[in-house]
Write a protein that binds this ligand. Structure first.
Ligand SMILES: [Zn+2]
Length: 79
């Protein structure tokens, strides 16, 4: 059985996914908030810290989202 450490809360979990089951809802919610924000403001975005301030999502989590499948294209928006 593979044990993963949750990057949000630090708990260990054995299920699939980027974060532990307890954090999944919050993670998905922030991920969609991030996606919507980028869709609405894509061309005007300069930095992740700007997104963090506007969305209330921590920069650490935003950086993590950039590594998620399907968000590869977002990486070039933030250098
Ligand atoms: Zn967690």
């Amino acid at each position: 059985m593979e044990v993963t450490k949750c990057s949000r809360c630090g708990a260990f979990y054995t299920t699939e996914g980027h974060v532990c089951p307890k954090c999944t809802d919050k993670d998905n919610f922030e991920l969609s908030t991030f996606k919507n924000f980028v869709e609405e403001n894509g061309m005007e975005l300069n930095s992740l810290s700007e997104v963090a301030i506007s969305t209330g999502i921590s920069e650490k989590n935003l950086t993590r989202f950039l590594g998620y499948e399907g968000l590869e294209g977002y990486k070039k928006l933030f250098k």
